[in-house]
Design a protein around this ligand. Structure first.
Ligand code: SF4
Length: 570
């Protein structure tokens, strides 16, 4: 392959190329791998590495009809996992398998981002969920129902005014992150006559921290990248893998221009000419809408060369993932957008100096970027006044299906969790009663109902043994058996561990074995006692936050369900 031809096919297209090969006859074979390697000028081993890593490619043959079913926590809680067996029976195929005649295949996914309407499926790229699931599969009128107006439409984001005078004694105003201000209102003026230092100063003054879970100060990250030599890149993380979280999907689908404007402002501050957004493959509509938004932004002169008469060039590429939870970790994400295995690597060096293609890169979650236009327009100080002195601004919080009023709510940091659960969520829908709340997804942790006076703030939650993560709240009702939720937590760890380090790869599988033993007659005490040394190894020796997070979540679960777990198998 000639060098120019190779450069014309960047790795960002590799996952799409593999998807295309898979679409042709349902599988990726050695010939496909060799052909893709030849086209891209890559070693076959590198292409094979990617094809064997991502769940979408590695699960074997795909049927002409491919159904993905959610195994995430909200869906699991909504049926105690029974929806999987229901689908297997209805489709006549086992989870992870393809029918012998190639007509249909069924893939388990954590998660599909419809936690407000569990249990969820994607039939091809068409969402189906909740009540539809019961009669959808095997029913000849299914296609008609799938196209029914209003069926499975994305939930509207609901901005809510949160009175929490107990935390801050002043009127509450929302940041308007998902509200009244149109997108691209800030960008033309900034790029034409503003300065990168001004944008950086406002974002730094705002105290904005990453919303994806790590909570790193955004101004500090941008400043570090901006100080490195060009070329620099900005990358938006749309790989919302946390079961329980769906706010990024709704943002990408309902407000893609706001994300693009935030990314453009990030690029301006950092001095990047190229941006990438990784959208997980489970969110096909989000990818489609972002692509359409990029095209419209180019037409309107917001992206491209010499934008709005300035000397600033910037364009954005949308990359679709292929099924990997760990790809949401920023070093893994940078491998994924380059078409490689989503392997985590140790830091330092940080992506701000060694990121995409080894160049300085600022990676931010899409929710984080969505706050930037408001900050630049109203000033960092105005944003810093929202929320709590320890964590400024607002957060999108996701409430799961078991709540009476599930959905996404924009709230200020510091609001008590009880307000989210009881006032906004309305408590649990009848006839369920609340046993626990999972905060922050599978790497977050569980709280009991009497812990809900804790505020929505990272530090107090960490002191209570849970991580705020991406801000999801999954309600677990009293009917859920303790041993089943423990096994579910470990099974997530075992399924989604990237395998790069032994403590997490082996430890999560060992955890599954221990959780299974908890359910055996007379084994609970010993199996629970064996958890402690295992959790310690995951906590201290895991290479990335995934292993530590799984351990943190399981520890909290053992605390919350201590009595029930000890009585299991009696
Ligand atoms: Fe991979 Fe788990 Fe190790 Fe992270 S902790 S690098 S996910 S094996």
């Amino acid at each position: 392959v000639e060098l120019q031809e190779r450069l014309d096919r960047p790795g960002t297209l590799m996952l799409d190329r593999l998807r295309q090969a898979q679409d042709e006859d349902g599988r990726i074979d050695a010939e496909d791998l060799a052909r893709a390697a030849g086209e891209f000028g890559w070693p076959v081993a590198a292409v094979t590495g990617a094809a064997s890593y991502y769940a979408d490619f590695a699960e074997g043959r795909r049927g002409r009809r491919h159904v993905r079913v959610c195994e995430g926590t909200s869906c699991f809680v909504s049926t105690q996992g029974q929806h999987i067996a229901h689908l297997e029976r209805a489709l006549g195929v086992r989870l992870g398998e393809c029918a012998a005649d190639g007509s249909v295949s069924l893939q388990g996914v954590r998660c599909l981002g419809y936690c407000y309407d569990s249990p969820a499926v994607l039939d091809g790229e068409q969402p189906g969920s909740g009540e539809q699931l019961g009669g959808l599969f095997g029913d000849p009128r299914a296609a008609e129902r799938r196209t029914r107006p209003g069926w499975a439409e994305p939930l509207k984001l609901r901005a809510a005014r949160i009175p929490y005078e107990s935390v801050v004694d002043r009127p509450v105003v929302l940041a308007g992150l998902v509200g009244d201000e149109g997108p691209w209102e800030v960008w033309p003026g900034v790029v034409a006559s503003g300065s990168p230092d001004q944008v950086l100063a406002e974002v730094t003054a705002s105290g904005l921290r990453g919303r994806g879970g790590a909570g790193f100060p955004v101004g500090k990250k941008w400043s570090a990248a901006a100080q490195e030599a060009a070329p620099r890149y900005v990358v938006a993380n749309g790989d919302e893998g946390d079961p329980g979280s769906f706010c990024d999907r709704l943002l990408m689908e309902s407000d893609p221009h706001r994300i693009l404007e935030g990314l453009a402002l990030a690029a301006f501050a950092v001095g990047a000419r190229h941006g990438l957004i990784l959208v997980r493959s489970e969110y096909p509509t989000a990818a489609e809408r972002l692509r359409a938004a990029v095209a419209a932004a180019r037409e309107n002169g917001h992206l491209g060369k010499r934008i709005h008469g300035s000397d600033f060039d910037f364009d954005v590429e949308i990359v679709r993932g292929a099924g990997s939870y760990v790809a949401g970790e920023e070093t893994a994400l940078l491998h994924a957008v380059a078409g490689l295995r989503a392997d985590v690597r140790s830091r330092p060096p940080y992506p701000t100096s060694h990121g995409y293609l080894g160049q300085p890169t600022a990676v931010n979650n899409v929710e984080t970027l969505s706050a930037v236009p408001w900050i630049v327009r109203h000033g960092g100080a105005a944003y810093a006044r929202l929320g709590h002195p320890d964590e400024s601004g607002t957060k999108l919080v996701c409430l799961s299906q078991r709540f009476r009023r599930p959905g996404v709510y924009e709230v200020e940091y510091g609001v008590p969790l009880r307000h989210l659960v009881e006032d906004l969520g309305g408590g649990l829908r009848e006839p369920h009663t609340l046993r626990a709340v999972q905060v922050g997804g599978p790497l977050g942790g569980f709280l009991t109902p009497d812990q809900l006076d804790l505020p929505l703030l990272s530090r107090p939650l960490a002191q209570a043994g849970v991580a705020l993560g991406h801000g999801s709240l999954v309600a677990v009702d009293s009917a859920m058996p303790a041993a089943a939720i423990l096994l579910h937590a470990w099974a997530f760890g075992a399924a989604e561990s990237c395998g790069a380090c032994t403590p997490c790869r082996v430890g999560a599988r060992r955890g599954v074995e221990l959780a299974e033993r908890v359910g055996e007659p007379g084994q609970a005490e010993a199996a629970l006692a064996a958890h402690e040394p295992l959790l310690e190894v995951l906590t201290v020796a895991s290479l990335c936050a995934f292993g530590r997070g799984v351990s943190c979540a399981v520890r909290s679960l053992l605390r919350v369900y201590s009595d029930e777990l000890r009585r299991t198998g009696e």
